[in-house]
Design a protein around this ligand. Structure first.
Ligand code: DP6
Length: 440
């Protein structure tokens, strides 16, 4: 993958000859199956263990960012202004550090070639939006920071390869380094003190396992969760179980899951995924004071999937049909094969009959993405076999009759890495800013 050149150079309508360099990019969300939890260096954002994630399709979930460099207009050197989903935000220390690193790379480039425009210290305007509602209950820091690093690389014409952009994105948020690639992505923890070997790499592309997909079950959360950054720091300081995980568990799991992915071996992939999610949450419980990310809805999802896998294995000969995984919150991400989506979706729907808004009459409050298309069973035979399956499953798990179980279900597939938008399509305006520099 090569990074396309500068997207635009246009004349500022108010300042006349002011030149504006800008780029607009999009970047995907990734959900880990081997979890990153813990830093060995906060300053360099280096992890205590390697991790591995799947990149999700940007059509359902993506961040989009425009970075504009204002060359001749008034403005303080090295200034930057940031808007997130239309609201002006202060730059965090990490974003400031990320921008400083990228500007330093531009300084070096300009020092080597006097003929290129002087962009390094010019004011930056940054606008970022997500195509999924914040209320979807999904963290947007990985896609958001990957997108920022990708767009700054283009706007400042740094021409860095994706691996280098990934290392920069890591400074914004650890998990962001994996969103620079599509498909199946490992983040190798590395061992060098300067972090130069702590890099993300693509294990397999988005087309490698075409029937792999994901269902995101958004659980209604009333409680505010402990942010990942603070949570993992306390875990590093207090959990003996984390040390065992780092030394004795993750290294073998990384090898095993890469093998499972290469062989498209769903049974192995699923078991490692579920075990790793379980251990991550066990490590959270072993933190002192403990951290609770799973709630009673999450527990019920785990029981339902466990029971379903058991019942299903009798007829399809596979050990697992669905794998669950949970990040720092109660939402479940289910990895499964496309041919099983319809049945699983209807099963989940019937076990969580009362959505947040039970009054609206829909079993689950809101469907997002492509879920709706699966809700009706195709035929009488399908309906009958699903009824029999449900009867079996219900021997092991009770329906969640309370209201406020699941809020939303998002169906999505495995997708590609960041994109520069509008490149090559003359006249297409993808900018998140008006010509006057106001977020649209
Ligand atoms: C549970 O990347 O959000 O999602 O590096 O402090 O920004 P910081 O943390 P963050 O942590 C993600 C933790 C996780 C697991 C994972 O994505 O691997």
């Amino acid at each position: 993958m090569t990074v396309p050149p500068l997207k635009k150079q246009r004349t500022h309508p108010e300042t006349g000859n002011a030149r504006i360099y800008e780029a607009t990019a999009s970047a995907p969300v990734n959900i880990a199956v081997i979890k990153y939890w813990g830093k060995r260096s906060e300053a360099l954002m280096l992890p205590t263990n390697s991790s591995l994630s799947l990149t999700l399709d940007q059509d359902q979930l993506q961040s989009k960012t425009t970075v504009r460099v204002v060359v001749d207009a008034d403005g303080k050197e090295n200034d930057a202004a940031l808007w997130l989903n239309g609201n002006r935000e202060k730059l965090s220390g990490r974003v400031t550090a990320l921008l400083a690193r990228m500007r330093a790379l531009r300084v070096a480039k300009e020092a080597k070639d006097a003929s290129i425009p002087h962009l390094a210290s010019k004011p930056l305007l940054i606008a970022s939006v997500n195509n999924f509602p914040t209320a979807a209950g999904l963290a947007s820091s990985a896609s958001g920071l990957a997108c920022l690093a990708f767009a700054v690389n283009a706007a400042l014409q740094l021409e860095l390869p994706p691996a280098d952009i990934s290392a920069l994105a890591r400074l914004g948020s650890g998990s962001a380094c994996r969103s620079l690639f599509g498909g199946f992505v490992a983040w190798d923890m590395g061992s060098k003190p300067d972090g130069s070997d702590s890099v993300a790499r693509q294990v397999a592309s988005e087309t490698h396992w075409p029937n792999m997909c994901a269902l995101i079950l958004v659980a209604s959360a009333t409680q505010k969760e402990m942010p990942s950054t603070a949570g993992m720091q306390t875990t590093v300081e207090t959990s003996p179980l984390l040390q065992h995980r780092i030394q004795a568990v993750v290294p073998d799991r990384m090898v095993a899951i890469e093998k499972a992915i290469a062989a498209r071996d769903f049974d192995s992939f699923a078991e490692i995924t579920m075990r790793d999610s379980n251990q991550f949450h066990a490590v959270c419980l072993d933190t002192f004071p403990p951290i609770f990310y799973l709630n009673h809805v999450s527990h019920r999802v785990i029981s339902l999937i466990t029971m379903y896998n058991q019942v299903k294995s009798k007829s399809n000969g596979r050990k697992y049909t669905v794998a669950y995984t949970f990040d720092a919150g109660p939402n479940a991400v289910l990895y499964l094969l496309k041919e099983d989506v319809a049945e699983v979706l209807r099963l989940v729907n019937s076990y969580f009959p009362n959505g947040v808004d039970a009054a609206s009459g829909s079993a689950v409050d809101e469907y997002y993405g492509l879920s709706k298309q699966f809700l009706k069973a195709g035929s009488k035979t399908v309906e009958e076999s699903e009824k029999a399956l449900e009867a079996e499953v219900s021997k092991g798990v009770k329906k969640f009759e309370e209201s406020g179980g699941l809020k939303r279900i998002i169906y999505t597939t495995i997708g590609d890495g960041p994109r520069i938008l509008g490149a090559g399509e003359a006249g297409e305006d993808v900018s998140l800013f008006t010509d006057a520099g106001v977020p649209k």
